[in-house]
Design a binder for this molecule. Structure first.
Ligand SMILES: [Zn+2]
Length: 436
């Protein structure tokens, strides 16, 4: 009896905590993440996630404006039209798109080049709008909390202290707070309600069928690159989804706009530059085989085609750095930072080289610029060393404490610095031992 009463009490507590009706599906569900926290998670992680994945595409800013405009038009028809939706194009080759809680959505340049018209773009964006509107990520977080495995992740996500975000960024280098791995049911839900959404906005639902067919075709190609495998782990394509989308398209009715020419015009720049991005991928592959001269030749050919692409200059700088050609690397980082000041790597590279040259003020300024965009362990550690050269022990300790938390060889170096800087802890055990 007592136990049942306890369980009942626990359940009523959980129900009080947040039994809500899902605004998209109309189903009752438990939600332990309040809307305020949902929005905070999206807002806080949006910038760093973009930085980790190439930053925003900047060569043709009109493309970003176009995608955002289509996204906002679709979002008006969402059951949660009041979310602070935002849509950006990431400078990333892999054909992917994602949504953070609260409607913060990104689509990669590499997916845009695979699409044929605006209706297909609307299918991608509607699908992501539903992931956000139907709280797919936060519901997964609720599940993890109930299973007792995600509480830490959930609280870290909402922490908003000065360097609190660092803890969740895994030093910015490939670390993830949580990555979207939706369940099969959630994918089907996003397809289903996404197609209704795009149709309400006037787009032809057949585009969602074609989108799935494209993904199935890609997944069936042999020799998948690593990023493609990762993509399919997070967005599993299936003939089941194709079939379900076909049925849904028929139910909705085969009418709607496609806007092919508007779309082709919007992506004209990335279409023209596709050979340059291919050359960059080849350069990275060559560098992976230690053919640095070959890689440099390839990246120069990419720069010849599109000199305005900051990413090409970043790759060139990294290749030159590996050859210890610091001053040429610095020129390339400088170019990258000037072309796309909103992307962290140019500032980081400049700051690190300037520090080597003992140009402390400039180095600190560039390293700080990089951490404002994406806090990385390497920038934080070196900012600590710069503070030390200036005699600012207190600030140095703050930086080293953060760098230490992220482990690895820099974590160890930070720990060694801290041992030198911090007074030894008062050891009470020793005192009591001495009296024995
Ligand atoms: Zn999805």
């Amino acid at each position: 009896m007592f136990q049942i009463g306890q369980i009942a009490a626990l359940f009523s507590l959980l129900i009080l905590a947040g039994c809500a009706v899902n605004p998209v599906t109309g189903k009752k569900e438990l939600s332990l993440i309040p809307a305020s926290q949902e929005l905070a998670i999206g807002t806080k992680n949006y910038g760093p996630y973009q930085q980790q994945q190439g930053g925003r595409y900047s060569v043709d800013p009109d493309l970003g404006r176009y995608v955002n405009q289509i996204g906002l038009k679709l979002a008006q028809y969402s059951k949660r039209s009041k979310l602070p939706y935002q849509f950006v194009v990431l400078n990333n080759d892999s054909p992917n798109a994602w949504a953070l809680p609260g409607g913060k959505i990104a689509i990669n340049r590499g997916l845009l080049t695979l699409l044929d018209d605006e209706a297909q773009l609307a299918a991608v964006l509607s699908h992501e709008i539903i992931h956000a509107a139907a709280k797919h990520s936060v519901n997964q977080m609720t599940q993890s909390i109930l299973l007792g495995i995600g509480m830490q992740a959930a609280t870290v996500a909402s922490k908003n202290t000065d360097y609190g975000h660092l803890a969740s960024m895994g030093a910015g280098l490939g670390g993830n707070l949580w990555s979207a791995r939706y369940g099969r049911q959630q994918e089907l839900e996003s397809d289903f309600y996404g197609m209704e959404l795009m149709a309400r906005a006037g787009y032809h639902p057949q585009a969602a069928v074609e989108l799935q067919e494209t993904f199935v075709r890609l997944s069936q190609q042999g020799n998948q690159a690593g990023w493609l495998q990762a993509l399919f782990a997070s967005h599993p394509p299936s003939t089941e989804r194709v079939a379900k989308n076909k049925a849904k398209a028929e139910a909705i009715g085969n009418v709607g706009i496609r806007n092919r020419s508007a779309y082709q015009q919007a992506i004209a720049q990335i279409t023209r530059d596709s050979e340059a991005y291919k050359a960059q991928q080849q350069a990275i592959a060559a560098a992976g085989k230690n053919d640095i001269a070959g890689a440099l030749g390839l990246i120069d050919s990419a720069i010849n085609i599109q000199p305005e692409e900051a990413l090409f200059h970043v790759t060139k700088a990294q290749l030159l750095l590996s050859q210890k050609q610091d001053s040429r690397a610095m020129a390339a980082f400088s170019k990258a930072a000037a072309l796309n000041p909103e992307y962290y790597i140019g500032h980081l590279g400049l700051g690190l080289i300037q520090k080597k040259q003992k140009r402390w003020t400039q180095a600190a300024s560039n390293l700080k610029k990089s951490t404002q965009l994406l806090p990385t362990q390497i920038a934080i550690y070196h900012l600590g060393e710069i503070e030390l050269t200036q005699g600012n022990k207190k600030q140095a300790i703050e930086y080293f404490k953060v760098a230490q938390q992220h482990g690895g060889s820099l974590g160890e170096k930070a720990q060694a610095q801290l041992q030198d800087l911090l007074p030894p802890p008062v050891n009470t055990t020793t005192t009591s031992n001495s009296t024995q």
